[in-house]
Design a protein around this ligand. Structure first.
Ligand SMILES: *Cc1c(COP(=O)(O)O)cnc(C)c1O
Length: 407
């Protein structure tokens, strides 16, 4: 049987996108802050039960708004994981702030809340936890520390849409949170994002920053008789075309999430034996988290094995990837940030992670094919390999960083 290629991520449409795009065009208004923008914002606000949602051009833009709202001044420090996308840190650096990198937990790859307090100095202004793979950070502990030290919490919930921590949606724990609707995320709008405002005191200023530093929103509500420049701001709002596309996705977000969870579970069950044999480690979901199947990943024993697996999949038409180059070791991270404590887990895991294809419209047979290829790739290592790490019985146990048994 001939197989097509399996991309890492494939556009999943719901069927309503073109209809809503036509509606937006026929309405004659495709600029921002129109009917579809309001529909998306209200939909998200109702779902989250938050104070206010503002659609943005990206999660990056939402994080930049959050840095302004958190009043990050030159020299102010923001605690975050090093194992994240650059935007978490760039938003802070753009205000002259300093990202302070803390190691991640070996089970969830999320900011290690036990290491946050040691990173706090007199300059610390905020904490930015990242819900990696849509698995919630330990928000009770993080919010507790923030309250104790008077810090703002900005959740980077780029990957966290429609996932929960202790039964409450991610994005509702921080003073502010940022979602991504980038084409590679679960719910997509091409490029797009949203700023969630949970702190009522930040709502008015958020609207102003969103509208390029003007009080235009107040003007349209009739609260002021002319609109004018009142604060800093930028063009953070997306066009109605983006919002129309996004609305079609939001309406189906429950079904999209459920479908991804089904595929995720199929990977997870199939790889149980690899974990039992200590060949690869599977993702761990804490009992108090409902994840959203944003990523399925495996941790293999070494960089060499990871390189081999990715190549084997690629040679067979399947695109798998890895990320992140830890920010503390990146050129800009070294220039603009600083680390607090050891980065052991971050450095180790970033070398060993393999991210497998995941999209809501993958077929079960595609998932099964990826699973077979992963098994083949790891078997090849065992039977054909002639160096020590290539025999899985002599490999280093994959749980070494997780268990702390082997340094
Ligand atoms: C995708 C992502 C972003 C950036 O999202 P954009 O919408 O592309 O700007 C930021 N942080 C994390 C953790 C992400 O995964």
């Amino acid at each position: 049987m001939l197989h097509g290629t399996i991309p890492f991520s494939r556009l999943n449409t719901t069927g309503k996108e073109l209809q809503y795009l036509s509606q937006a065009i026929e309405s004659g208004n495709i600029a921002g802050d129109g009917a579809f923008t309001k529909r998306c914002q209200n939909w998200l606000k109702d779902y989250l039960g938050c104070q206010k949602v503002l659609l943005t051009n990206s999660c990056t833009a939402a994080l930049e708004m959050a840095a302004i709202l958190a009043d990050i001044q030159p020299g102010d420090e923001v605690i975050m994981p090093s194992y994240t996308f650059v935007s978490t840190a760039n938003a802070v650096v753009l205000r002259g702030g300093v990202p302070v990198f803390v190691d991640i937990r070996p089970d969830t790859l999320n900011l290690d809340e036990a290491k946050v307090e040691a990173a706090i100095t007199s300059k610390t202004k905020a904490i930015s936890p990242v819900h990696y793979a849509g698995v919630g950070c330990e928000m009770d502990a993080i919010v507790g520390i923030a309250k104790q030290y008077g810090l703002t919490v900005v959740e980077d919930a780029a990957q966290g849409a429609f996932a929960q921590y202790k039964g409450q949606p991610l994005g509702t724990f921080g003073n502010l949170a940022a979602f991504s609707f980038h084409a590679t995320k679960n719910i997509v709008a091409g490029e797009g994002g949203a700023l969630v405002i949970n702190d009522p005191e930040l709502v008015e200023r958020a609207e102003i920053i969103w509208e390029k530093g003007t009080n235009r929103s107040k003007f349209f509500r009739g609260e002021v008789d002319k609109y004018t420049w009142v604060d800093v701001g930028s063009s953070f709002l997306p066009s109605e075309l983006t919002a129309a596309f996004l609305y079609a996705q939001l309406e189906q977000s429950e079904a999209i999430t459920q479908q991804r969870l089904r595929l995720w579970a199929r990977y997870h069950l199939a790889f149980a034996s690899l974990e039992f044999e200590q060949i690869a480690q599977r993702p761990k979901i804490p009992a108090n988290c409902q994840h959203n199947a944003h990523i399925y990943y495996l941790l293999v024993d070494s960089l060499a094995t990871r390189t081999h697996v990715l190549k084997y999949l690629k040679d067979n038409g399947v695109t798998a990837t890895f990320h992140y180059v830890p920010l503390h070791s990146a050129p800009a991270g070294q220039k603009f940030g600083r680390t607090s404590g050891e980065m052991t887990v971050t450095d180790d895991f970033s070398d060993r992670i393999v991210r497998l294809p995941m999209s809501a419209n993958m077929t079960l047979s595609e998932v099964d094919r990826v699973i077979s290829l992963v098994f083949e790739a790891l078997d090849v290592q065992v039977t054909v390999g002639n160096t020590t790490h290539q025999d899985y019985r002599q490999r280093q146990p994959v749980f070494r960083a997780a268990s702390g048994v082997v340094a």
